[in-house]
Design a protein around this ligand. Structure first.
Ligand code: ZN
Ligand code: FE
Length: 258
């Protein structure tokens, strides 16, 4: 299995670097900016071998041009985005696989519409690269898709094995967990995780990766069917809610206003 390194970018993005054993090539996920990737490669004497993209937003794609000008590498990304992504060499959608022979693991592509319409997630080797769909403690804003689409996308990610490691696009964890605690004041797992993450962030460490099993306990957007969450959403809304998508929509709007 490759080892995974976080390359911080902008104020709160993570660009992920996958380094296989006995290789000097790296796979880079969501290079929103080329400069931190170039510094990372130079500092370690590594070459760029491939780029993976989860969705079209500039803070995930902005570095493609400069990196591919320097390195002639394949760029795998979503087929179904509304906005074209310049520089893609392979367009992927649900059911496709990414098979980079030197990497040591394969990725399955899952369509996860919601944040954007064509957003994909990559699953392989016990890892999930979730872009701006699933965050630690939260989920992406609904820029293009509906609450129902996002909930269905998260339902697919929730079905992954509990020990799947989650590498997402942003360090939003503390704010997400503060919202989670407001929704579920009695949830001791959330309170405990806030303390752990605060300690990590005090030392400038990423709060990631998370794992699916933890998200199922602390992330309100993975818990639309838990009675406490349904009750909190109904109270927020002021009247009964008609099904899981309605609960999810209230949670998402509540977070936007938080
Ligand atoms: Zn985004
Ligand atoms: Fe982003």
């Amino acid at each position: 299995m490759p080892t995974v390194h976080a390359i911080p970018a902008f104020s709160d993005n993570y660009i992920w670097a996958l380094i296989p054993d006995n290789e000097n090539r790296v796979v880079i996920v969501d290079p929103g900016d080329a400069a931190p990737v170039q510094s990372f490669l130079a500092a370690r004497g590594l070459d760029l071998g491939a780029i993976l993209i989860t969705h079209h937003h500039p803070d995930h794609t902005g570095g493609i041009g400069a990196l591919t000008a320097e390195y002639d590498v394949p760029v795998y990304g979503p087929a179904r985005e509304r906005q074209a992504i310049a520089g893609l060499t392979a367009r992927l959608a649900d059911g496709d696989q990414i098979d980079i022979d030197w990497l040591g693991c394969r990725f399955d592509v899952i369509d996860v519409p919601g944040h954007t319409i064509g957003h994909i997630a990559l699953v392989g080797g016990g890892m999930l690269f979730s872009g701006d769909t699933l965050f630690h403690g939260g989920c992406g804003k609904l820029f293009e898709g509906s609450a129902g689409q996002m909930r269905a996308s998260l339902e697919r990610l929730r079905a992954l094995p509990d020990d799947t490691s989650i590498y997402c696009g942003h360090e939003y964890t503390l704010k997400n967990l503060q919202f989670a605690a407001a929704v579920e004041p009695e949830n001791a797992d959330i309170a405990a995780r806030i303390e752990q993450v605060q300690a990590l962030r005090d030392r400038q460490q990423p709060s990631l990766p998370s794992i699916i099993g933890l998200e199922k306990r602390v992330n309100p957007f993975m818990r639309w069917d838990v009675p406490d969450i349904r009750r909190a959403a109904r109270e927020r809304h002021g009247s009964d809610l008609d099904g899981p998508d309605a609960v999810f929509a209230v949670l998402r709007q509540w977070k936007d206003d938080f």
